[in-house]
Design a protein around this ligand. Structure first.
Ligand SMILES: *Cc1c(COP(=O)(O)O)cnc(C)c1O
Length: 419
């Protein structure tokens, strides 16, 4: 329980007063229509509504991914989709190239390594994007085409860097390199613009609990014909992870390799209705707009005489910032104190820092993240920022004035933002 309290002597927010707000970069806020759609008895899994509902998800998922090709569903979190993408395209001894700008790129490469794949990481740190010149050099130095795939994390949720997937594709095309381009859009799908086919992505992985606004536990692998051919060349793929029957089911159970994740499917149907009801372009524009509201507040908070004592965004170049997650620094241990104060007093939970300092180091308490993905709107973001302003004030953390004013100005400003 909190040691800080309001004048009545009790915490203002949790546990029973008002709705808690989980503002971490996944799982994201679950919309009421999604929760309501899941609140039902178990459906028949052999006939009837659930079968039609599942068929109806596929074109709508492909529309969000921007692909006309194949979609496979897994009952897993994002790590399962990572493994599925690797298992269906590569075998032990194959080589992959991983330009990295955060913890999630490293996580995907560690998974590849564990499968016996030779992994080459080009680590560009956690504060700037990919140096594509170095990727180009490496591809040029591979005339025998030993590199079978390039793994690119679109938004690295740890650093909150948004990488330029079309530019990576252009570098691969220029090198005339046949490697598969695989993208991790777990943090970006349904938040930041992504167009699988138009951008020349061969395999894309995502999961249910971020921009898709559904509880964790379902993941997705989208793949094109070139990736399907890579799968066909493999001597064997584990029966469970094989994407072929999942993407081309003759029987309903083959979608899932067994019993369907019944309630997730109802939730996902409602979530896709929300996304397509709003319109994907509008969803992207909303995320872009709200991200700029957050950045305006963060810039104002950081505007103090000694910026090292205050709040700072991890990514300085706005063009490299995700519209779904923002990684922030405060001098340790202030970030952890702020997170605790907000959770105890306001029922507002912010994300921990990830991959920016070792978990057992004092510096770990100098990082935190805001999730602003999926089901978020102006009043939620203003509540999030107002909460942080209250926390900075209560904890006497040095911060610049006028952050909420700056946020309000951006919120009320022109809405035709570049997504
Ligand atoms: C959340 C996330 C993952 C991991 O997903 P899990 O569902 O936790 O397994 C991987 N990559 C990115 C970019 C993510 O944001």
């Amino acid at each position: 329980m909190s040691t800080t309290s309001n004048p009545t002597g009790r915490p203002i927010g949790t546990p029973s007063g008002g709705r808690p707000y989980l503002a971490i970069p996944g799982p994201s806020v679950i919309p009421d229509p999604v929760l309501q759609a899941m609140h039902r008895p178990s459906p028949n899994i052999y006939a009837g509504e659930l079968l039609d509902l599942t068929d109806s998800l596929i074109p709508d998922l492909k529309a969000v991914a921007g692909t006309q090709h194949f979609a496979a569903i897994y009952i897993s979190n994002g790590h399962g989709a990572w493994e599925a993408a690797l298992m269906n395209t590569l075998q032990p001894g194959d080589r992959v190239l991983v330009p990295a700008s955060g913890r999630f790129a490293l996580g995907w490469s560690e998974m590849a390594e564990a499968l016996g794949i030779e992994v080459e990481v080009l680590d560009f740190g956690t504060a700037s994007g990919w140096e594509l010149g170095r990727v180009a050099e490496r591809l040029a130095a591979d005339p025998a085409h030993q590199i079978k795939a390039v793994l690119g994390v679109h938004v690295d949720t740890s650093s909150s860097i948004r990488n330029d997937i079309p530019a990576l594709r252009a570098v691969m095309d220029e090198a005339q390199h046949p490697a598969l381009l695989m993208a991790d859009c777990i943090a970006s799908l349904g938040c930041d613009r992504f167009e699988m086919d138009a951008w020349g992505v061969d395999v894309m992985v995502t999961a249910s609990q971020k921009g898709l606004m559904t509880p964790a536990g379902v993941s997705f692998v989208f793949f094109n014909d070139k990736a399907a051919e890579a799968r066909a060349r493999l001597p064997r793929v584990s029966r469970y992870w094989d994407w072929t029957p999942r993407a081309n089911p003759e029987e309903f159970y083959q979608y899932f390799g067994g019993t369907a994740p019944t309630h997730h499917l109802y939730g996902l149907r409602a979530a896709l209705d929300l996304i397509h009801g709003e319109g994907l372009e509008a969803v992207w524009a909303r995320h872009a707009h709200l991200a700029q509201v957050i950045w305006a507040a963060c810039s104002a908070w950081g505007d103090i005489s000694d910026p090292a004592q205050g709040l700072r965004m991890n990514v300085t170049d706005p063009a490299l910032r995700s519209h779904a997650v923002t990684a922030l620094h405060l001098p340790a241990p202030r970030a952890t104190e702020l997170r605790r104060w907000l959770e105890d007093n306001l029922g507002l939970t912010l994300g921990i820092g990830l991959g920016l300092a070792p978990p057992d180091s004092p510096e770990w308490h100098g990082h935190f993240r805001l999730g602003h993905m999926g089901h978020v709107n102006g009043h939620m973001i203003m509540g999030l920022l107002g909460g942080i302003e209250a926390g900075l004030t209560a904890l006497k953390i040095p911060h610049g004035e006028g952050a909420l004013q700056a946020a309000a100005q951006v919120l009320g400003g022109p809405t035709d933002r570049q997504a």
